[in-house]
Design a binder for this molecule. Structure first.
Ligand SMILES: [Zn+2]
Length: 408
């Protein structure tokens, strides 16, 4: 039986260091969860007969794996009809599935992640503490790291209450939040319009006290900004920065130039989900402008209803979209897009656990790809080929902190 707790690859290509750039490597070795050797040579423009390529395990920075058991159910539905609480199709379906079936579906979805090179994902998990527990179980079975950001099981404030900015988070919601955070890694909510300003301050202080993360969808469509403005006089992105101090801001699909500037000045990390936006008939996010503004960007596949978990498809789509928006035919370089699923994650709350880079002495969190495939052997830009042509069938092994979570 093969020993998956350690290993060595000779004369390979490693996407190494903070640039995640391909470099010839005489010997790449790991043991007990740590990279023990990385003997780097020259930059590898081509595969040059190497059999193995090693790149950092990918991070899918925005998912809702809870609805993975309903692929394409939203084809005839709008964003609001499919996904908004309390009557959106997703929430009704989540109420009816058994815990055992649900865990089995999510486990299968996470295994698909591992088979497509993803080692970790940041999930907006519905269903309160029970939802967090189900995903924690699926994560334990699959070996994929689920960073769980939980949502309260029901909207804690009524429509009437939401117009009163000073209304705090109700005591029952405070208790539920504390219980959720004993299982989850942090808190998420659909939009800033789901809580009052005072309630957001409560969320921020409780999560801060417990050292838990915060994330929020912003500017997925114009309605997010408009409703926030009509209720409070302030747009949803500005309120998120002022009141929540989020670790991740998700979507930015309709961000204006002023909002991009605001986000860049805040230093916050943004997560883009261009394929989900496209499937819902929304505009495509301003990737090129966000990159030029210097925003730290990550990628996500968003709802299981809309997308399978293969992050390579998101990398491919985002690369083409960013090039189209940039408009000069030369930018951005493929490496800048690959960083959105690797090194850029190292600049988040979870950077110590998952730096998204390969360095000697660092965590053994990596993927092995078969460079004998014709598209790699003939490639004139290995990173370009990696992000646009890799399919799960090219991958040999996925390792998270020394534990093999997928192999062929
Ligand atoms: Zn989402």
């Amino acid at each position: 039986m093969r020993d998956f707790s350690q290993g060595t690859f000779q004369d390979c290509v490693v996407w190494a260091g903070p640039d995640v750039a391909p470099v010839r490597c005489a010997s790449f070795a790991w043991k007990a969860g740590t990279i023990t050797a990385m003997d780097l040579g020259e930059t590898a423009a081509e595969a040059g007969g190497c059999r193995y390529g090693v790149f950092p395990g990918l991070v899918n920075a925005h998912t809702h794996v809870g609805d993975c058991f309903l692929p394409e159910v939203a084809v005839p539905l709008t964003l609001e009809e499919a996904f908004f609480r309390p009557h959106g199709y997703k929430y009704r379906a989540l109420e009816s599935i058994s815990a055992a079936d649900h865990v089995a579906h999510m486990t299968g979805f996470l295994r698909e992640m591992a088979a497509s090179g993803t080692v970790a994902h940041v999930d907006f998990r519905e269903q309160g503490v029970e939802g967090a527990r189900r995903l924690r179980e699926a994560s334990g079975i699959s070996g994929v790291r689920s960073i769980i950001l939980s949502q309260l099981n029901a909207s804690p404030q009524s429509e009437a209450e939401l117009s009163h900015a000073e209304m705090p988070l109700p005591k029952t919601a405070v208790d539920e939040l504390r219980e959720m955070l004993s299982v989850a890694d942090g808190f998420s909510e659909s939009t800033m319009n789901d809580l009052t300003d005072a309630a957001w301050r409560d969320v921020r202080s409780i999560t801060r006290d417990l050292d838990r993360a915060r994330a929020i969808h912003c500017l997925e469509n114009d309605g997010y900004r408009e409703l926030s403005l009509s209720r409070t006089g302030t747009g949803d992105l500005q309120r998120a920065l002022d009141l929540l101090d989020p670790d991740l801001v998700v979507h930015l699909t309709v961000a204006t130039d002023d909002e991009i500037e605001l986000l860049a000045a805040s230093g916050k990390t943004a997560v883009l989900n261009p394929r989900a936006n496209a499937a819902l008939g929304l505009p495509l996010p301003p990737v090129a402008k966000l990159m030029r503004a210097g925003v730290n960007l990550l990628l996500g596949t968003d709802n299981g209803i809309l997308n399978g978990p293969d992050l390579f498809r998101e990398l491919d789509f985002t690369y083409r979209l960013a090039r189209s928006q940039w408009g000069d035919g030369r930018h951005p370089l493929p490496g800048e897009i690959l960083k959105m699923a690797t090194a850029n994650f190292g600049r988040t709350h979870w950077g110590a656990e998952i730096p998204g880079t390969l360095t000697e002495g660092g965590p053994a969190t990596f993927v092995v790809v078969d460079l004998t495939r014709p598209h790699f052997q003939n490639s004139r830009d290995l990173t370009g080929t990696l992000i646009t042509r890799t399919s799960p069938g090219d991958l040999i092994q996925t390792v998270f902190r020394g534990k093999t979570v997928h192999h062929v």
